[in-house]
Ligand binder design. Structure first.
Ligand SMILES: C[S@@+](CC[C@H](N)C(=O)[O-])C[C@H]1O[C@@H](n2cnc3c(N)ncnc32)[C@H](O)[C@@H]1O
Length: 270
């Protein structure tokens, strides 16, 4: 089944993901280059089950927990879908900053979020997450980005996120996850393949992209993610959305050391 154009009336055939449609002699590791940036919105919507739901929930979280006058970071902002949600769901005196180390993705994002950037609602930076000062944040988002960072630096990054967040601040993360039970992993993986077929990807596209992502996208288990947040000091890490092997979860930095471990409403701070 050939891919159909998305509902967006402004989308064109050149926005459709055909990156792996033709047979390649050798498959290079996946990179967020110009070719990917051009079709990124189509690629992620057709590859990640629950992508839209994750952003619906991010809007609810932002609306409730964004602290007036604070900074909201979207780390690995790509074309700006999460950045847009942060800007549209937070108090107008919040500063929204999108970070990505791919210049083609930042260029794409600049086009998508043009009006919000012009109005000083959003700032974009082409920068490595490791070099980003996160001080003063009330929300830090890592949507489908942590999985692309080396395993060895994930603990350190999450500790820095915890230290940088304001009291009561939120880390919101979406990831592909693996299941430690082989049979369950196999079943969920098969369903993910069915999802991609249903989205119009051919067997060749699926196989070539999988090979390109093999050493680049390193998923962890849901338990490992929750444990990491707990070890950093976040209260009650909780999975908020799940679609096949993709989840979104959050953790909250305690407002003070003395309060019991429970989610605390951001409404009181408005
Ligand atoms: C799967 S995309 C993120 C999708 C996006 N958050 C969304 O919700 O649509 C991952 C992004 O992370 C960026 N990225 C990967 N490693 C990075 C790093 N070390 N520093 C900054 N950005 C990084 C990539 O360039 C890519 O645009």
């Amino acid at each position: 089944m050939p891919p159909s154009l998305p509902d967006d009336p402004e989308s064109t055939a050149s926005d459709i993901d055909r990156v792996y449609a033709e047979a390649k002699e050798a498959i290079s590791p996946f990179v967020f280059n110009h070719q990917v940036a051009q079709v990124f919105d189509d690629m992620i919507a057709r590859s990640v089950p629950g992508y839209a739901l994750c952003h619906e929930v991010l809007a609810l979280i932002t609306n409730r927990y964004a602290q007036p006058g604070s900074v909201l970071f979207d780390l690995g902002c790509s074309s700006g879908t999460s950045t847009n949600v942060l800007a549209n769901s937070s108090p107008t005196n919040c500063k929204v900053i999108g970070i990505d180390n791919s210049q083609p993705m930042i260029d794409r994002c600049q086009v998508t979020l043009h009006d919000l950037i012009e109005n000083d609602r959003i700032t974009l930076r082409c920068q490595d997450i490791g070099d980003t000062d996160l001080t003063g944040a009330s929300i830090i988002v890592l949507n489908y980005t942590l999985q692309f960072l080396p395993l060895a630096i994930r603990d350190q990054l999450m500790t820095r996120i915890y230290q940088s967040l304001l009291p009561g601040g939120i880390v919101f993360i979406a990831e592909k996850v693996t299941n430690p039970e082989h049979a369950q992993q196999q079943a969920i993986n098969d369903l993910h393949l069915d999802f991609k077929r249903q989205q119009g990807y051919s067997e060749l596209e699926i196989a070539q992209k999988r090979s390109a992502l093999e050493a680049v996208l390193i998923p962890e288990t849901e338990t490992a993610h929750h444990q990491r947040l707990t070890q950093c000091g976040f209260e009650i890490p909780q999975t908020l959305t799940r679609a096949l092997n993709f989840i979104a979860f959050m953790g909250q930095k305690p407002r003070s050391n003395s309060k019991p471990a429970s989610y605390q409403s951001g409404l009181g701070s408005r």
